[in-house]
Design a protein around this ligand. Structure first.
Ligand SMILES: Cc1ncc(COP(=O)(O)O)c(C=O)c1O
Length: 383
């Protein structure tokens, strides 16, 4: 149906082989491949990061809040330009979301000044998102959390391969700053396994709690019983079932090996987009002229001018065979959150005008031409 679709998985024979190996082994639930994936991800992040593979990033974020002891009566400062999982998991613990706005029309990362202004005696944690794989101001945000004794949770759904550079850190991977961090390996992510995630901490005690939470609070896994290493088990604390399975872990291992070259290809495509969209007056591109480290170019967001009818642009591009998306609809417009969350004027402005263009490692310059020609044609229709 599409000439250029929004995203394409970056799979080849290696992924097929990895899945076949798991199926041939006769054991598909959590065991060795998952341990290998966790070890590889820990080595990849460095900074003594301890990693636990889980069913998805939403589970990882939920676990993060639970191990931080967040619950009824607490407030969590959450992003205003993000996927709804951040708000949902907070609500599921009984805590309240207080949204922090983005910084500016060029920098869509959470504004440290706005975070600071939202801190009250009830605030227990700050949850940040590195939108599109561009780092937040970790210097300021880490200092704020330290100063006010707040836990820091990083939503790293967009970030594999992205890092932060600032006065105190040069090329430090995103996901190694938070008390707990959450990665997503959903089908459209830079590491794509279908459904999967990683919860990360550098604190041994927190890690032990996360391990219990992932699997019913049980002291052993089915695999340990299969291997004859245990007959029964203890349950040391209530837990959930947020386990990943071996097929996802095997895919994750291959995708992790391919990540750097895939992100480099994304970069080339984004740079060609910059070239093609230079001088198109109704379009501006966030993070075009600055960065706080190496991005991983997770998505290609653009901002349409105030006078542009976004729905008409989306429809016109669709007619030309180009799939687009919106990252993200405003939280304030969802029926579950309307009248429940505070206003965030800059993020709401962006939510009403953002358009996400196709981006994936195998994309060709000729695909970018098709997308940009369709976009420019759509913009010219209204002028
Ligand atoms: C910013 C952000 N946070 C959280 C999530 C949730 O990830 P998952 O689908 O792995 O639960 C997503 C997924 O799209 C996301 O984009």
């Amino acid at each position: 149906m599409w000439k250029v679709q929004l995203h394409k998985i970056n799979y080849d024979e290696r992924e097929y082989q990895a899945v076949k190996e798991v199926l041939d082994s006769g054991w598909i639930t959590i065991s060795q491949k998952t341990q290998d994936f966790e070890a590889a991800f820990s080595a990849f992040l460095g900074y003594d990061a301890q990693c636990l593979a889980v069913s998805n990033a939403t589970a990882a974020l939920h676990m993060a809040l639970l191990v931080c002891g967040i619950g009824g009566g607490d407030e969590v400062i959450t992003p205003s330009l993000t996927f709804i999982a951040d708000q949902n998991v907070t609500q599921m613990t009984g805590a309240e979301n207080v949204l922090a706005d983005i910084t500016s029309m060029e920098d869509w990362s959470m504004d440290p000044d706005d975070i600071e202004s939202k801190i009250t005696p009830k605030t227990k944690a700050v949850m940040i998102v590195h939108y599109a794989g561009y780092a937040c101001d970790m210097e300021r945000i880490s200092a704020l959390c330290k100063q006010h004794n707040l836990l820091l949770i990083e939503d790293c759904a967009h970030t594999p391969g992205a890092d932060y550079c600032g006065p105190s850190a040069q090329g430090r991977p995103l996901g190694t700053f938070g008390d707990v961090s959450a990665f997503s390996f959903f089908g459209n992510k830079n590491i794509a396994v279908g459904e999967g995630g990683m919860v990360v901490t550098r604190n041994q005690e927190v890690f032990n709690k996360l391990k219990g939470l992932r699997s019913h609070g049980m002291s052993v896994l089915s695999f340990d019983r299969f291997k004859g290493r245990a007959v029964s088990y203890d349950v040391s604390a209530p837990g959930l079932n947020y386990r990943i399975h071996e097929i996802s872990s095997a895919l994750g291992l291959v995708q992790l090996q391919k990540l750097e070259s895939a992100n480099n290809k994304r970069k080339e495509i984004v740079e060609y987009y910059y070239e093609r969209l230079d001088g198109v007056s109704s379009v501006s591109i966030p993070y075009r002229h600055f960065s706080r480290g190496k991005p991983n170019y997770h998505i290609m967001p653009v901002l349409l001018s105030e006078s542009t009818d976004r729905s008409a642009v989306i429809e016109s591009m669709k007619q030309d065979g180009v799939q687009t998306s919106i990252h993200y609809p405003a939280i304030q417009n969802f029926s579950a959150y309307k009248d429940k969350v505070n206003k965030t004027p800059k993020a709401e402005y962006v939510c009403a005008r953002e358009l996400t263009l196709p981006l994936y490692p195998a994309m060709m310059k000729s695909d970018v031409d098709i997308v940009c020609d369709a976009l420019i044609k759509a913009l010219n229709k209204k002028e």
